[in-house]
Design a protein around this ligand. Structure first.
Ligand code: EPZ
Length: 419
C-alpha cells in the first residue's frame, strides 16, 4: 500500500488543468450498454473508479481501450452477460448504474448490492422502488439484486430523497421504456445534466434535465456516439481549497465555473481571491488570512457534500468559529478525528462540526477513510508545520487524476512512498 508524505509550508504557484468529471464519466460509461457499436468518450479521467467501470463493462460484453484522455468502447449486445459481480461492485458503489441500462436493454440484470461505505449505509432502495414502478420484478437475495422485465413501462416517479445515481439509473432505464416517465424530486446535479446530454446525443427523448422534474419519452433504439465528458467541479474546488490552505497564486483551466457557484461563493466569502479570466479559467490567490465561514451541504445547486471535507480543512486555520452541517450523508465526518490529530480544534454536535480556527496545524501520521476525506488531509498537510504521512492512499487514487503530479508541478512538496 502507498502512503503520501507531505512537507507543509510551500505556496502553490503555476497552472493546473482540471480533468474530466468522474461522476459524469461513470454514468455515461454505463449508458453505453444501451446501444451497440463504437463509442469514443473523451476526457474520461484516468482513475481507479473508471478502470473498475471498464472492467465491469467487459463482463457485460463491452470491450474498451484507452487512447490518452479518450476511452474507445466497442459495445456488442450479449443477452447472457447481465451480471455485475460482487468482486467489482464492492470496490465501487457506482456499479449500481449498470442496473437500469441492463434492464432496459436486455430485460434482465443481476447486480451485487453495493454495501455501505465509510460515509454511510448508502442504500439503493429508491433505485429499486422506481424500477418496480416501471414494471420490473425485483428480488434481493444472497447479496444480489435480481431484476427482470420483458419491457419497462414509463411511470410517474417521485423520489422520497434526492438521489444522484437514482435519478441517473432511472433516466437510462426510461430512455428505452414504452411510453413516458416523469421523474419528480429529481437530482439537478450537473453530472445528471451531462448524462442527459449524452443520452440525447444517442437519440433519447429527454426534457427538464437540471430541474426537479425530468420527462423521458422511451424510444425504440439508441445509437453509438462520440462525447466529451464535462470537467470535474469537485476536483476544481479541491484545488481552490489547496490554495486557500497553502497560499500562492494558481491559475486553473478547464473549470466548469457555471456549475460551481455555491463553492465559489463560499470560498470568496472566506476571503480567497478568485478572478475570472475567461469562461473556464480563473486565477486563485490567497492575499490574507481567511475568515470563518459556515456551510450546509445540500443537493445541487446547494453547497456540495463532496466539498465539505476539503472546506473544513481550510476552515481549520481560518479566523474565528465556523460550522459545517452535513445533511446528505449520516457519517461524513471521518476526516475530523484525523484533522484533530494535526491540531485542528473541531467539535461534533449532531449533523454539525464546529471548527475553532487555529493559527497553524502540525504534521502527523493520519489515515484516509474515503475519497474526499483523503483530499481534506492533503489540504491540511499542505499548510501544516512539518511532515504529514497519509496512509490508505488508494482512496485518493479513486477520484483524483494525477493529483500528486499536479500539485508537485506547482510547488507542493509531496511524494508517494511504499508504506
Ligand atoms: C453520488 O452518490 C456521488 N457519486 C457521490 O460522490 C455524492 O457524494 C452523492 O451523489 C451526493 O451528491 C456518484 O455520482 C458516482 P445519493 P449517490 O443517491 O448517488 C440516500 C464522491 O465523492 N439514498 O445522491 O450514491 C443516501 O444514503 C461520491 O465522488 C437512499 O436512502 O448519492 C444519501 O444519504 C461520494 N436510498 C442520500 O440519499 C437510495 O436509494 C443522497 O445519496 C439512494 C440514496
Amino acid at each position: 500500500m502507498d502512503k503520501l508524505v507531505i512537507e507543509g509550508g510551500y505556496e502553490l504557484n503555476g497552472s493546473i488543468r482540471v480533468s474530466g468529471a468522474k461522476n459524469a464519466a461513470l454514468p455515461i460509461l454505463a449508458a453505453v450498454i444501451l446501444a451497440d457499436g463504437e463509442f469514443r468518450i473523451s476526457e474520461a479521467p484516468e482513475l481507479v473508479d473508471i478502470s473498475t467501470m471498464l472492467k465491469l463493462l467487459e463482463e457485460l460484453g463491452i470491450s474498451s481501450h484507452r487512447d490518452g484522455k479518450t476511452v474507445i468502447l466497442n459495445s456488442k449486445f450479449d443477452k447472457e452477460k447481465i451480471e455485475a459481480p460482487y468482486e467489482l461492485v464492492k470496490t465501487m458503489r457506482a456499479s449500481v448504474l449498470t442496473l437500469g441500462p441492463l434492464l432496459a436493454r436486455k430485460g434482465r440484470a443481476r447486480v451485487s448490492l453495493p454495501g455501505g461505505c465509510a460515509i454511510g449505509e448508502r442504500p439503493v432502495d429508491l433505485h429499486l422502488k422506481a424500477l418496480e414502478a416501471m414494471g420490473a420484478e425485483i428480488t434481493v437475495e444472497y447479496g444480489y439484486v435480481e431484476a427482470a422485465c420483458e419491457k419497462l413501462k414509463g411511470a410517474e416517479i417521485t423520489f422520497d430523497i434526492v438521489t444522484v445515481t437514482g435519478t441517473e439509473n432511472i433516466m437510462m432505464a426510461a430512455a428505452l421504456a414504452e411510453g413516458e416517465t416523469v421523474l419528480r424530486n429529481a437530482a439537478q446535479e450537473p453530472e445528471v445534466v451531462d448524462l442527459a446530454r449524452f443520452l440525447k446525443k444517442m437519440g433519447a427523448d429527454i426534457d427538464g434535465e437540471g430541474t426537479k422534474e425530468i420527462r423521458i419519452k422511451g424510444v425504440k433504439t439508441l445509437n453509438n456516439v462520440d462525447y466529451t465528458v464535462m470537467p470535474d467541479r469537485i476536483e476544481a474546488g479541491t484545488f481552490m481549497c489547496c490554495v486557500a490552505a497553502a497560499g500562492g497564486n494558481l491559475e486553473l483551466t478547464n473549470v466548469p465555473l457555471h456549475e460551481m457557484r455555491s463553492t465559489l461563493n463560499k470560498l470568496k466569502e472566506s476571503g480567497l481571491n478568485i478572478d475570472k479570466l475567461d469562461d473556464t479559467t480563473i486565477n486563485v490567490t490567497k492575499t490574507k488570512p481567511l475568515s470563518a465561514t459556515d456551510i450546509t451541504t445540500l443537493p445541487y445547486p446547494g453547497f456540495p457534500t463532496d466539498m465539505q471535507a476539503q472546506f473544513m480543512a481550510v476552515m481549520a486555520c481560518s479566523k474565528g468559529v465556523s460550522v459545517a452541517t452535513e445533511t446528505i450523508f449520516e457519517n461524513r465526518f471521518m476526516h475530523v478525528a484525523e484533522l484533530k490529530r494535526m491540531g485542528a480544534e473541531i467539535k461534533l454536535k449532531d449533523k454539525s462540526a464546529i471548527i475553532q480556527g487555529t493559527d497553524t496545524l502540525t504534521g502527523a501520521p493520519v489515515m484516509a477513510s474515503d475519497l474526499r476525506a483523503s483530499a481534506s488531509l492533503v489540504i491540511a498537510g499542505l499548510m501544516a508545520e512539518g511532515e504529514t504521512h497519509i496512509s490508505r492512499l488508494y482512496h485518493l487514487d479513486r477520484g483524483y487524476e494525477n493529483f500528486v503530479d499536479k500539485l508537485t508541478a506547482v510547488g507542493a512538496k509531496l511524494k508517494r512512498v511504499k508504506e
